[in-house]
Ligand binder design. Structure first.
Ligand SMILES: O=C(O)CCC(=O)C(=O)O
Ligand SMILES: [Fe+2]
Length: 340
């Protein structure tokens, strides 16, 4: 297993090529299992997303975020106009307005809007877009350029999400297609283009320490460092080479697997004098799914569940409800069953 910035780098080509490569396949499975149990993160190469598309996406993102704020805010949905926030308070984080290019239609959208606002409460601006809502967009020139690239990227990431989910299914020893059948609706997956501002002398928080609330996340960035993963009391800086994807397990998989796989804490630290651009693709599950430790990892093995069950949408709402009060933010520990 190669290590880059101490995170394992895994070659996914064995899963993507036509001809059989049983050895490559077995090795990658073993490496992914180890990485996801130990770090909750790995780096992926030969992942099937065209490298040229990834670099084009970063270019497009830079030109979009370079627009004057007034122009960008024209594309922003005002959250207050969308719906009253869940707890009656403002969902705006205060420091910057999230830039959401979206069409305000239906629950799914509003849910995703809150999700996106909640996910980025720090010194970054971002464009978030639901995979399935893209067709409802009213295009204009500036949106078009971002959207074209996003649209082109979706099928690759959706395919990759399903591939990695399947690998995880097999790593966990679940019945074939178990996770695929559980996670059978792609409409809440979304992609975020992020722009982190340069750090100041007094503030370098780009994204505060968090674990991802979804199922699996894929991130790529412009080579400026910033992402850090927490492991054994230390922060590991991750700066993957261009074209490499950062893949991480989210809270859902951690709960389903009763902690067999890890949803690791991570953060983004801004650099002095440098902007940083990244994209995150969030593979989620439908909001009405019950998330609880599966019997395969509890009763069937004589182990106690480590979490109470919950509906995914309830968890999302809890996560974003206190976006203005970081001290009240809720993470997966909220559902932990205490050991005493
Ligand atoms: O920008 C990054 O590198 C990571 C973003 C992230 O952690 C997230 O969107 O959850
Ligand atoms: Fe994250």
């Amino acid at each position: 297993m190669a290590h880059s910035s101490t995170l394992p780098t895994i070659d996914l080509s064995a899963f993507l090529k036509q001809e059989d490569d049983e050895d490559g396949w077995k090795k990658a499975m073993k490496d992914i299992h180890e990485a996801c149990s130990e770090y909750g993160f790995f780096l992926a190469v030969n992942h099937g997303v065209p490298l040229q598309l990834m670099s084009q996406a970063l270019q497009v993102s830079k030109s979009f975020f370079d627009l004057p704020d007034e122009d960008k805010l024209d594309y922003s949905l005002k959250p207050a106009a969308a719906t009253p926030p869940i707890d009656g308070s403002s969902t705006h984080s205060g420091s910057r307005t999230g830039i959401i290019i979206e069409s305000p239609q239906g629950d799914k959208f509003e849910y995703a809007l809150r999700l996106a606002l909640g996910a980025s409460n720090n010194k970054a601006e971002y464009v978030a877009l639901l995979v399935e809502a893209k067709l409802a967009l009213a295009y204009n020139d500036s949106q078009l350029v971002v959207n074209q690239v996003l649209e082109e990227m979706y099928p690759y990431f959706t395919k990759l999400g399903s591939l990695v989910e399947n690998i995880i299914n097999d790593c966990l020893g679940l019945p074939p297609d178990f996770l695929k059948e559980y996670n059978d609706d792609r409409s809440l997956d979304f992609i975020i283009a992020l722009h982190y501002f340069p750090a100041t002398e007094t503030d370098n928080v780009g994204k505060a320490c968090h674990s991802d609330g979804n199922s699996i996340t894929f991130v790529f960035s412009d080579g400026v460092e910033g992402l850090q993963v927490y492991k054994d009391g230390e922060w590991i800086s991750i700066c993957p080479p261009e074209g490499t994807l950062v893949v991480n397990i989210g809270d859902i998989i951690q709960v389903l697997s009763n902690d067999k796989l890890k949803s690791a804490a991570h953060r983004v630290v801004r650099q002095l004098g440098k902007s940083r651009y990244s994209y995150a693709f969030l593979y989620t599950i439908p909001g009405d799914k019950l998330v609880e430790p599966l019997p395969h990892f509890t009763v069937n093995k004589g182990d106690s569940p480590k979490y109470k069950g919950f509906l995914y949408k309830e968890y999302v709402q809890l996560r974003v409800r206190n976006v203005t009060r970081p001290q009240d933010r809720v993470g997966i520990a909220h559902y932990e069953i205490s050991k005493s």
